[in-house]
Design a protein around this ligand. Structure first.
Ligand SMILES: Nc1ncnc2c1ncn2[C@@H]1O[C@H](COP(=O)(O)OP(=O)(O)OP(=O)(O)O)[C@@H](O)[C@H]1O
Length: 272
C-alpha cells in the first residue's frame, strides 16, 4: 500500500477514478504585483506530487511569474509583491521563519539558458551540497557528483573530464549539468522555465526523456511554449491567460477536449 504522511493526506486530491493523489504544493488566491501593475490574479493550483505539471499560455500571461512564486524567486525582484498562500506539504513557504536558501534547495530551478558556473563540472555539482553542509569528505563529494550526474543522464558522457570547465560542454550537456546541480542538493520539487528553448531537437529529446525519468522521484513544474513538449512530458497542464489561471487538468484532456474556449484557441494556434 502507498503510505502517505498526514500532511500529504490532508493535501491529497481525489481523482475521478477514485484514486488519491498527494498534492505537493498548493497555491491559493495567489496574486503578484510588479510595482502597481498586477501580473497574476487569484491563482488556485494544486501541484501533484511526482507528476509533471506544464504551465502553458501566450507570452506575458504570467507563467514564469507563477513559477517563481513556488520557490520565492520573486523575492529577488525589486518592487515585486506576492499575495495569497502557497504551501508545500501543508507548510506556508512564505512564513517569515522559512529559510529561503533552504527552500530553494528543496524547490530547485532550471532556467531557459543553461547557466553552469564558470568552474569545473565537479565543482558545479559539489558547490550546493558544500554550502548546505550535505558533504564533508572527498568520498562524499565524489559520491554526490557521480549520483547527481547519473540521475541527470550525463555521467557516462563526462566521467573522464570532471575537472574540465562546465561551460565547455554542449548546450544540451550544460542544461543536464544544471539539472544535476539542482538534484545534488536533494530537492523535492524541480521548477523548469523553458528548459529546452536554447537546445537543438536532439538535446531537447534527451532533456525530455530525462524529465520523464525524474518524475519517479521528483515533482516537476515546467513552463513551455511548445504544445508538443507539454503533451509529451506532462501529466497535468495548467493554462494561463492575461494573469489568470484559465483551467488545469489532465494533459490528455486539456489537449483533446479542454473545457475553456481560450485553451482551445491557444492549443490550436489561434492566438499566442
Ligand atoms: N521583473 C519584472 N518587472 C516588471 N514586470 C514584469 C517583470 N517580469 C514580468 N513582468 C510582467 O508580468 C507579466 C507576466 O510576465 P511573465 O514573464 O510571467 O509571463 P510569461 O507567461 O512567462 O511570458 P513568456 O512566455 O513571454 O516568458 C508581463 O506583463 C510582464 O511584462
Amino acid at each position: 500500500m502507498n503510505m502517505m504522511s498526514e500532511a500529504a493526506v490532508e493535501q491529497a486530491v481525489n481523482t475521478k477514478a477514485g484514486a488519491t493523489v498527494p498534492v505537493k504544493m498548493k497555491a491559493r488566491k495567489v496574486g503578484v504585483f510588479y510595482g502597481d501593475k498586477q501580473a497574476l490574479f487569484d491563482v488556485d493550483l494544486d501541484v501533484r506530487e511526482k507528476h509533471v505539471t506544464a504551465l502553458i499560455g501566450p507570452s506575458g500571461c504570467g507563467k514564469s511569474t507563477f513559477l517563481r512564486c513556488l520557490n520565492r524567486m520573486n523575492d529577488t525582484i525589486d518592487g515585486c509583491r506576492v499575495t495569497g498562500d502557497i504551501t508545500m506539504d501543508s507548510a506556508n513557504i512564505y512564513d517569515p521563519s522559512v529559510d529561503v536558501v533552504e527552500l530553494r534547495a528543496s524547490v530547485g530551478m532550471v532556467f531557459q539558458k543553461p547557466n553552469p558556473f564558470p568552474k569545473t563540472i565537479y565543482e558545479n555539482i559539489v558547490y550546493g551540497p558544500k554550502i548546505h553542509g550535505l558533504v564533508s569528505s572527498k568520498a562524499e563529494m565524489d559520491e554526490v557528483v557521480e549520483t547527481s550526474l547519473r540521475k541527470a543522464g550525463l555521467f557516462e558522457e563526462v566521467k573522464d573530464r570532471l575537472q574540465e570547465s562546465g561551460t565547455g560542454l554542449s548546450g544540451g550537456q550544460q542544461q543536464r549539468l544544471c539539472i544535476a546541480r539542482a538534484i545534488a542538493v536533494s530537492p523535492e520539487v524541480i521548477l523548469m522555465d523553458e528548459p529546452c528553448s536554447a537546445l537543438d531537437p536532439i538535446a531537447t529529446a534527451k532533456v525530455e526523456e530525462l524529465i520523464d525519468e525524474l518524475r519517479e522521484n521528483y515533482t516537476i513544474v515546467i513552463v513551455t511554449h511548445s504544445m508538443q513538449q507539454a503533451a509529451r512530458v506532462s501529466q497535468r497542464t495548467a493554462m494561463f491567460h492575461l494573469g489568470n489561471l484559465v483551467e488545469e487538468g489532465a494533459t490528455d484532456h486539456m489537449f483533446t477536449n479542454p473545457d475553456d474556449q481560450r485553451t482551445q484557441d491557444y492549443i490550436t494556434g489561434r492566438f499566442g
